[in-house]
Design a protein around this ligand. Structure first.
Ligand SMILES: Cc1cc2nc3c(=O)[nH]c(=O)nc-3n(C[C@H](O)[C@H](O)[C@H](O)COP(=O)(O)O)c2cc1C
Ligand SMILES: C=C(O[C@@H]1CC(C(=O)O)=C[C@@H](OP(=O)(O)O)[C@H]1O)C(=O)O
Length: 390
């Protein structure tokens, strides 16, 4: 499967076309809208989220709530577009009109794509960069991810995400009976954190960043349960599932790091404390004594929960801006201030869930016969019973 996205942050709409989604997958707009709404929530978001009510329109590839196997087109409209029709219009406008519109950006924000994007594409109005580099694009990535999650859920595979850290405030590792408990609890939390004891501290950290005209980042975790062993492969670098997931995580705007299982902690521990001992019993077949490696060995799923974390840097737009240079005059100036979030870590956890779900669903679809859901299901069931007896 593959997908592309298109659309500017303040343009009329965002679009994604998903290719290779198997046929006969039950799919309704509400399956996608639920995740779009989750992405819009989260303490620390700016005013834009009050303007938008993201809802998907399915324009192709689905008939009577079931996929056809043909390309699926998903569209989400930008409510904000009505305030930007002149500034973001498609038609040609004169230089005088451009001046009138007066939303030209010439003072690049450190940490955003403004300066280098302008240099690279030859845009002297940095709005031409900002509009596409904006994380508004993650809306349709979440829509694509919701379709991937639907594939996974049909195969008995459950995907969840939660926030582990915001602005240095670290949650205790979540202790949950099952993944649905984690999902329910984090969906209720304003910071999408399972650990209620640190929620208030996280919100206070966001408040003080906002008061100081600053921004903060954090760490999110995605967990996937119910995977068969052997998804991905060790035989070629570009078939290793962990490499694909790592790329997907750092493709999210502002994500700068990724770790699996105990992650960077493994650098400080001996092998005897890191590797997960192999066990076998009649009922479950092969299991592990621990899951320090986050459910991946040799670029393949082990059958244990897949655990991946992503690190989000602080938002680049600062209401107390850092120093920059005006690209027209070359004079030093404060960077431009655009309406902005102070912290988008909770929202980003929903994006992380979507991009990881896409990579895992894609690997499964490719590996288990990619045209129709019923055959994929049969192939996975066959592999699961073989794996138990192996
Ligand atoms: C959900 C989400 C919301 C974001 N909101 C903002 C924002 O309001 N203002 C901003 O400057 N950056 C925001 N960012 C981060 C920028 O989009 C990102 O830093 C920028 O595209 C440059 O890419 P890079 O940080 O990956 O280098 C957001 C990121 C995410 C994932
Ligand atoms: C629009 C979204 O996030 C935007 C991401 C973003 C950025 O620079 O990445 C900047 C802000 O855009 P605006 O200036 O329109 O408020 C955020 O609101 C969204 O998540 O849907």
């Amino acid at each position: 499967m593959r997908y592309l996205t298109a659309g500017e942050s303040h343009g009329p709409q965002l679009t994604t076309i998903l290719e290779g989604v198997p046929s006969n997958l039950p799919l309704k707009a509400e399956d996608i809208n639920e995740d779009l709404a989750r992405r819009q929530k989260g303490y620390g978001r700016g005013r834009r989220m009050q303007i938008e009510t993201d809802e998907v329109e399915i324009l192709s590839g689905v008939r009577h709530a079931s996929t056809l196997g043909s390309p699926i087109t998903l569209v989400v409209e930008n409510n904000d577009w009505k305030h930007w029709t002149k500034i973001m219009g498609i038609e040609e406008i004169s230089e005088e009109e451009k001046e009138e519109v007066k939303r030209k950006i010439t003072r690049p924000r450190p940490g955003h794509a403004d300066l280098i994007g302008g240099m690279k594409y030859g845009h002297r109005d940095l709005r031409n960069v900002l509009e596409r580099s904006s994380a508004r694009e993650t809306t349709v990535r979440v829509a694509a991810g919701a379709v991937a999650k639907k594939i996974l859920s049909e195969l008995g595979i459950n995907v969840a995400s939660h926030v582990l850290e915001i602005g240095g405030v670290r949650a205790n590792p979540p202790q949950y009976k099952n993944l649905n408990e984690l999902k329910d609890r984090t969906n209720e939390s304003p910071v999408r954190c399972f650990d209620q004891s640190v929620e208030q501290e996280m919100m206070s950290a966001i408040d003080s960043a906002k008061e100081n005209g600053d921004s903060i980042g954090g760490i999110v975790e995605v967990i996937i349960e119910g995977l068969p062993p052997g998804v991905g492969s060790y035989v070629q670098y570009d078939r290793k599932l962990d490499s694909k997931i790592a790329a997907a995580i750092v493709s999210i705007n502002a994500f700068k790091g990724v770790e699996f299982g105990i992650g960077f902690e493994a650098a400080r521990l001996p092998g005897s404390k890191v590797h997960d001992e192999i066990l076998w019993n009649e009922e479950e077949g092969y299991t592990r004594g621990s899951n320090n490696l986050g459910g991946l060995e040799g670029g393949m799923t082990t059958g244990m929960p897949l655990v991946v974390r992503g690190v989000m840097k602080p938002i680049p737009t600062l209401y107390k801006p850092l120093q920059s240079v005006d690209i027209d005059t070359k004079e030093p100036f404060s960077a431009s201030i655009e309406r902005s979030d102070s912290c988008a870590v909770p929202a980003a956890s929903v994006v992380a869930e979507a991009v990881v779900a896409w990579e895992v669903a894609n690997a499964i679809v490719e590996q288990f016969g990619h045209d129709r859901m019923d055959l994929i299901k049969e192939n996975i069931d066959r592999l699961k019973s073989y794996a138990g007896e192996f």
